[in-house]
Design a protein around this ligand. Structure first.
Ligand code: AFP
Length: 341
């Protein structure tokens, strides 16, 4: 970026202006999506501020509760969840909310109901909070089929039916990456303005990357194709260079790097976790949506990730996502394995 030019920039593309521009392409649109997104952005700004203050404000530490996956909840998880739920309900544009932190879906009361369903992980990567590693919020948005009678089926839809998806990463800067189905755009929070400004227009993932990202500590339990793929990353037989390993253990940060630099992010199935670890609705789908919109691919080991039809709101799935050519390689290994069976 040209920081000198930036300092003199007067024509700022804020995230609201970007969404309003998009909205103007649809004359029948009434601005509901813009209002919904503004409430998501408010949640992100609040969490960003809380994360930044966490060390000082003693927000770090256990809240003394466990979430539905039996994981210890941190105070920041609890806070972030509350902020998003309240902000989304008060938008008047939502009818069903699914959060990683809540066992049951939230059905918004009829007087405050709108047509959108939001699935989200308010603070993903929370085991990294105490050491100040980048963490983030992940979200996906569906349209309800019938706003008078919303049912769980409205959120148990394949990821390809999402209208929009994104994440906000609370790192060295606060970056919100969004796709409304027309490419992927990154906005960075200018703390002095309190506005997300378009800094990464039309993100395209490199066709092939030089990085693989996986928790190798699970290698002894991997299946054949995953083990072969990682072996190939380290010891390529075609004369190409070995790939570098980068793994933060915070999906938002690992996927953000994958989108910008290319490569592959893997959270495969293994003998101990036959469905992998990551949650379909608010981790696998939004990140797969963004990856495809950026020109990459997302695969579960069996199918295109966005074709998966979830049957439970907290369902898990293996995931391989990233540069088109890199995911093609793992797909080929699974296809070869399938032929042997
Ligand atoms: P936490 O929220 O418990 O830190 O889990 C983060 C996460 O869901 C995802 O963000 C990471 O990619 C993945 O788990 C890391 O899992 P491993 O620690 O098993 O590698």
């Amino acid at each position: 970026m040209d920081h000198a030019a930036d300092a003199h920039r007067t024509d700022l593309m804020t995230i609201t202006r970007y969404v309003l521009n998009e909205q103007s392409k649809y004359p029948e649109s009434r601005g509901d999506f813009t209002i919904l997104l503004n409430h998501i952005v408010l949640g992100c700004k609040f969490v960003c501020s809380a994360v930044n203050k966490a060390g000082l404000a003693k927000l770090i530490g256990l809240a003394g509760e466990t979430n539905v996956q039996g994981e210890e909840q941190k105070k920041l998880d609890v806070l972030s969840n509350e902020v998003f739920i309240k902000s989304l309900v008060s938008s008047g544009r939502t009818c069903i909310l699914v959060s990683e932190e809540d066992e049951e879906a939230t059905f918004v009361e009829p007087s405050k109901r709108g047509k959108y369903c939001v699935v989200f992980d308010p603070l993903d990567g929370s085991s990294n909070i105490d050491c100040a590693v980048s963490i983030g919020t992940i979200f996906g948005i569906y349209m309800v089929k019938d706003s008078h009678e919303p049912t769980l089926d409205d959120v148990l839809q394949p990821g390809k039916h999402m209208l929009a998806a994104g994440y906000c990463m609370y790192g060295s800067s606060c970056t919100l990456v969004l796709s409304t189905g027309e490419g992927v755009h990154g906005f960075t929070l200018d703390p002095s303005l309190g506005e997300f400004i378009l800094t990464h227009p039309d993100i395209k993932i490199p066709k092939k990357g030089k990085i693989y990202s996986v928790n190798e500590g699970n290698a002894k339990n991997w299946d054949g194709p995953t083990a072969k793929y990682v072996e190939k990353c380290k010891f390529p037989k075609d004369g190409s260079s070995s790939k570098s390993l980068r793994y933060i253990g915070s999906m938002v940060a690992d996927v953000h790097r994958t989108l910008l630099y290319g490569g592959i992010f893997l959270y495969p199935a293994d003998k101990k976790s036959p469905n992998g670890k990551l949650r379909v609705l608010y981790e696998v789908f939004p990140m797969s949506f963004l990856t495809e919109q950026a020109g990459g691919q997302a695969f579960t080991g069996k199918q295109r990730a966005l074709d998966l039809v979830p049957t439970k709101i907290h369902e898990r799935s293996p995931i391989f996502l990233g540069s088109y050519d890199d995911v093609e390689e793992i797909k080929a290994l699974y296809a070869a394995e399938g032929k042997k069976e």
